[in-house]
Design a protein around this ligand. Sequence first.
Ligand code: SAM
Ligand code: SF4
Length: 463
Amino acid sequence: MKDNAFVNEEQIFNALDNADLSKEHINDILAKAKECKGITIEEAACLLQLTDKGLLEKLYEIAGYIKEQIYGKRIVFFAPMYVSNICANNCLYCAFRTGNKDLKRICQSPEEIENETLFLLREGHKRVLLVAGEHPKYSGIEYLEKAVAAIYKARYNGVGIRRVNVNCAPLSGEDFKRLKQCGIGTYQVFQETYHYDSYMKYHVSGPKRDMANRLLAPDRAIEAGIDDVGIGPLYGLYDFRFETLATLQHCEHLNALYNIGPHTISVPRLEPAQNAPVAENIPYPVNEDIMRKIVSVFRVAVPYTGIILSTRERAEFRNELINLGVSQISAGSRVGPGEYSKEEGLVESKDQFQLSDQRTLAQIIDVLLNDEFIPSFCTACYRRGRTGETFMKHAKEGDIHEMCLPNALLSFREYLHDFASDEVKAKANVVINKYVETLPENMKSKVKELIANIDKGEKDQYI
Ligand code: SAM
Ligand code: SF4
């Protein structure tokens, strides 16, 4: 029997088959979307099937409008930290799979993890996404506890990582409680594909083959007190329209049960990977036009859910996607354990997939500043208790933006102080000053005061 929990394949196929693509109907959907209150799965099914250039442009325009209204030009940075590539699963698209006998297997010790973290701190990162393969012996909860603690322990010039998010295999409710105790921010788990037959086809062995267990992992995390969860499909395994609508069903499921949607949705695309047949021969390739559609539809359908993109996209296209709705990106990423601290030029096959974008955080920031984006290293919400339902309440009332912009500016100022060249500082301070002037009077004076503190050498100033 198909055990795919809340996924209603029939609803998705019906929505796609019966979509009314008339200009009139699409215009009605777009007018509704502009109110920033989201749209239904049936309405999203129409937008995902648009081919009319004029209507597509209109969709992008409205996605851009919503992005601007809710998130402004802020863009949050994080870096992934791969701690272990030992895995008991056999996902046919991943180099960590048990069937890949050519991969050098590594499970980093807490000391090694702390050392890796130093490399990220030296770059200026404050947010880390811990990533691990699934193995009962090597990456169970005891190991994860030690790994998170090691990341938080690292200090560079007295400053540490301020938010560790975790992307690991589904845990039991009890283990999620323990993970929460470690002080993590978001628990992230990608469903890969919500399509049952494809899921069974590409997850050939190991605990991950239990699809329902994975589908319900965010439920268990929320019930265990981790109320910021991140979800997403891995685009390329099945039809992007199906995956996007199923992700929206997932949002509805979480909303119905817990009154909160996911904190973030990620939109990764399959990358080539060593000895990974499905990544070499992608079943449903996703091109840039499709990516534009995916990001725009998520932006209009769930306006208050952050959208995460990896920096693997080429710079110009990534900027375009940021304008359409992406609110978080990774930068300076390495995708294998021990990769940050490895000797320059040493090539070993322990990575999860091939990474084309090798630019550093500083290089990416420099380019983003040209378009007046505001890089943010903010970790305030989580530390002020603005998570889960509390976060959503602020977000829906529109006042989260009033806090996020000042916090982005403050965290960026601290970054500039500690890590940027004089040239970048000068360029960035023009942008910062410009945005400070847009703040309401009382906030403006508060922010100026905190900026002065940062300029005097104080750290971690936020609202
Ligand atoms: N092992 C855990 C799991 O699978 O949930 C967590 C870590 S796993 C390395 C994190 C994610 O990497 C997976 O959920 C999958 O979406 C993504 N991934 C795997 N192979 C990939 C590939 N070839 N290209 C892009 N992303 C990939
Ligand atoms: Fe293991 Fe995760 Fe890779 Fe699957 S995607 S092989 S579970 S690391």
